[in-house]
Structure formats: C-alpha cells, structure tokens
Design a protein around this ligand. Structure first.
Ligand code: NI
Length: 180
C-alpha cells in the first residue's frame, strides 16, 4: 500500500486523457488499493487515476457516512442519464474551492469491477454527481471548467498563490464531505 501524490490545478497533467484498461490484473488491483488509501487519507469521497498521474480509466469512490463502502469502476461509461441536479462540489485537485455545478440527476454507468466483471450501476444524488465528476477527470476535465472563465482565472490565481506559499487549505467540515 502506498499513498500517491495528488496533482493540483492548474497542473497540466490533470488535462491528460486516460486510456482504457486492457486487462484487470494484479497491477490494476494494486493501483485501486493505493488510490483508495490515498482518497481516505486525503480525505475525499472520490478519486480518479488522472489525479495521481496514472493515465488509466480507473475511479474509486466511497460516499457512505461510515466510509466502509468502497466502490471502484474501471473503464466507466455513462450509458443513460436524466434530470438535472445542482450540488456544491469540491475536488482534491482544487483544494479549498467549492462551487455549485449542474449535472444529470440520475445515471446508469457500465464498467468493469476489480475482478474484471462487467457491471452496470444505477446512481442518483451524491453518488451520481461523484461518478460524473470522476469520469470528467479521466477525460482531462475539472469541475472548475463549468465555471465562467473569469471565475476559473480567479481560482487559478488563488491556487498558484497557495502553491507558492505551500498552504493547502481545508474547507469546513460540511464542505469536506463533498470533496471529490
Ligand atoms: Ni475531483
């Protein structure tokens, strides 16, 4: 097990596009374990491989209150979506920033699990938001891309300043609950 380094916006590596996983073997399972450990340690409720500089289509999540329900999706693909939901989002790669984002309210995602089996999962609420946010990461997209360019520039300046001062801010406890 190992803690992985989480990249921070505006690191250009967050814009890389992840490749599909060909074979779910021990190496992928080890990556999943390390990603879960890194996510719980951060703490966050979701993490995409892109955020730890691994360009493979792997995401991990745990939206349970007890933090005892890890979920891993490999090669995730949203096959249906409906409705609209606005939720405040944060991101481990954009520390200290919380903004409202509109996403589909209900989705069905197909993916492979850690054993390489095909699964299909229905999701709504926080889990649906989390899955969409993480799949965006695999496509090199961040939640700040949904903001106006003016707001995004402000976020960028703020983060660059924090990075110079090596300060990693944390939100309030309620905000931390939605860091994905
Ligand atoms: Ni994120």
């Amino acid at each position: 097990m190992a803690l992985l380094e989480i990249l921070h916006f505006p690191d250009p590596r967050l814009r890389k596009i992840a490749r599909p996983v060909d074979k779910v073997g021990d190496q992928v399972r080890q990556t999943v374990k390390d990603m879960l450990e890194t996510m719980y340690d951060a703490p966050g409720i979701g993490l995409a491989a892109t955020q730890v500089n691994i360009q493979q289509q792997i995401i991990v999540m745990d939206v349970s209150e007890a933090k005892d329900a890890p979920l891993c999706l490999i090669n995730p693909e949203i096959i249906s979506q409906e409705g609209d939901e606005e939720m405040q989002e944060g991101c481990l790669s954009v520390p200290g920033i919380f903004e409202n984002v509109h996403r589909a309210a209900r989705i069905i995602v197909k993916a492979l699990d850690q054993n390489g089996n095909s699964i299909s999962q229905q999701a709504e609420g926080l889990l649906a938001v989390c899955i969409q946010h993480e799949i965006d990461h695999l496509e090199g997209k961040l939640f700040v891309d949904y903001l106006s360019s003016l707001k995004r520039e402000r976020v960028k300046k703020k983060l660059l300043k924090q990075q110079r001062q090596e300060q990693v801010p944390h939100g309030s406890a309620s905000q931390q609950a939605s860091v994905i």
